[in-house]
Ligand binder design. Structure first.
Ligand SMILES: Cc1ncc(COP(=O)(O)O)c(C=O)c1O
Length: 387
């Protein structure tokens, strides 16, 4: 049967990420050290797991209200206020979602009409472009550069704005570069957003993972709260990837529209995970601190090691990725990643997987033990000498 002819064009237009290709290769090589995976290597803190177990013991096994249990929405509102100075009304402006992933999807599906353009600073998280395409929109990559520390430059952003531009999809701290944007830089972006009447989806899932710099929530930039959908989740900060829990916060009128998409596609986020998340927000600050300190040691180790090997490297200030340039090796990102895997059994992701402006770079995730990183560094050193 010709199944292809039944598949919708917008789905056919979406390609699998090259990360998947590398995952498959790595899975066939159990002895390889993987620096591919953007997922914390810690297990979820025990008190958070206990809260989920208690929810089960208490019989909390049914659907919750569509936007999530009110207790959790209150905790999220409280958390966003105390950590980032953001104000949202729990009853009307917060929706608990199935990971930040679902929040990105429903935000885009709510906002995008066929042909609307969504500006995506790149290199970027691999899901953005496909999600825009699946929502019927047109992804418009906006390059960011090593020389600028991979922050989004207002003049470059403005060059890509057209009358069809509707949404700007921001994501700082950034996956894959580890770049963060400070308040002043975000204010400059805010001016362009206002001038061209854009709406902003800001994916701040790595907000808790910054090193020596404060995270600035985009919605706290003057004039931006009313134009912003703030997205975050529990996967990275609390090491809860498997729980599938995130949220979005937006002005009530927008959140109400998004709630329709959420309601009719997923009903609600997992119930016991929501109870676990209440505990995470109430009593999880010390866990974040402990994991962040560990990531920071690894970050410094990798940054200094890669530089001392002669790889040009931008110092990441957020998330758990480092994005060295491999241009001076003469190899493309794909060749570098494939040969490093085949010859030295170290898996990294070619920067080109995150958009064209990632060509000439590779992404290393330091969400793995220091022992693994030390072995990986040794092997990368050998590889660089041999090529
Ligand atoms: C920038 C970014 N946003 C969203 C996600 C997905 O997060 P979640 O597990 O909450 O769906 C990831 C996961 O890697 C990510 O890197």
């Amino acid at each position: 049967m010709d199944y292809k002819k039944y598949v919708a064009d917008r789905v056919k237009d979406v390609k699998f990420s090259t990360i998947r290709y590398f995952f498959n290769l790595v899975n066939q090589m159990p002895e390889a050290i993987s620096l591919c995976i953007g997922e914390p290597d810690f297990v979820t803190p025990i008190h958070i797991c206990e809260a989920a177990k208690k929810a089960l013991d208490d019989g909390k096994t049914s659907y919750t209200p569509n936007p999530g249990i009110l207790e959790l929405r209150y905790e999220i509102a409280h958390y966003l206020k105390r950590r980032f100075g953001l104000s949202y009304v729990p009853e009307k402006e917060i929706i608990v979602t199935i990971g930040a992933s679902e929040a990105i999807d429903i935000a885009l599906r709510t906002l995008v009409n066929p042909g609307d353009e969504v500006l995506i600073p790149e290199p970027s998280f691999v899901a953005y472009r496909p999600c825009v395409t699946l929502a019927g929109g047109k992804p418009v990559p906006v390059p960011t550069y090593f020389e600028d520390g991979f922050v989004l430059r207002p003049d470059i952003l403005e060059r890509f704005v057209t009358p069809k531009s509707k949404v700007l999809l921001l994501s700082y701290p950034n996956n894959p570069t580890g770049a963060v944007m400070n308040r002043k830089q975000l204010e400059e972006i805010g001016k362009i957003v206002e001038k061209h009447d854009l709406i902003v989806i800001t994916d701040e899932i790595y907000a808790e993972l910054t090193y020596g710099v404060e995270h600035t929530a985009f919605a706290t930039i003057p004039g931006m709260w009313e134009r912003t959908v703030t997205i975050s989740g529990f996967s990275k900060a609390y090491s809860m990837t498997g729980w599938r829990l995130g949220y979005l916060a937006a002005p009530a009128e927008l959140a109400e529209e998004m709630l329709k998409v959420h309601q009719y596609s997923v009903t609600c986020a997992p119930t016991m995970a929501q109870y676990a998340a209440v505990e995470a927000l109430r009593n999880g600050d010390a866990d974040i601190e402990r994991m962040r300190e560990e990531y920071n040691k690894r970050r410094i180790y990798l940054y200094t090691s890669l530089k001392s090997m002669g790889l040009e490297c931008f110092e990441p200030k957020g998330a758990f990725y480092i994005f060295p340039s491999i241009k001076n090796t003469g190899l493309s990102s794909e060749e570098f990643a494939e040969r490093l895997l085949m010859e030295k059994k170290v898996a990294v992701v070619p920067g080109s997987a995150f958009g064209e402006s990632g060509q000439g770079f590779v992404r290393l995730a330091y969400a793995t033990s220091m022992a693994n990183l030390e072995k990986a560094v040794e092997r990368i050193g050998e590889f660089l000498k041999e090529i």
